[in-house]
Design a protein around this ligand. Sequence first.
Ligand SMILES: [Fe+2]
Ligand SMILES: [Fe+2]
Length: 137
Amino acid sequence: MKYELVEWSPKILVGLPNIDAQHRQLFDLAATFAGDGDQIRVLKSLAILTEYVKVHLREEEQMMAACHYPGLEAHRQLHTEFRRMLFTLLENAKQMTLDEIADEVKFLINGWFYNHILVADFDYVPSVKAAAATPTP
Ligand SMILES: [Fe+2]
Ligand SMILES: [Fe+2]
């Protein structure tokens, strides 16, 4: 699937500071792949990116489960797909040129992930806010 490649912008703020900070961090990290670099540094950045993504997706899934978001299963599947794409890149990166790696990171973060935030992440926000507004007994 093809996505338009988009830089981080306030358009993708979901209004949950913790989540927004994590999203921003992933875009900032992805931006470091463009331009010059050496293989070792790029592979390290890729490992860090994968780790941050894992942490973010896990926290989001815990948050959605905690507020009984009805779309949790479908959202989880999207996360699984994203993790799989990232792990594939991580596995293949040693045989790829730095430009190829940078292109793939762009596709994953500035394409897939951007679109995921706009469509899937925005969808859970009302459930999270409703749960936060309900006093716990
Ligand atoms: Fe997210
Ligand atoms: Fe998500």
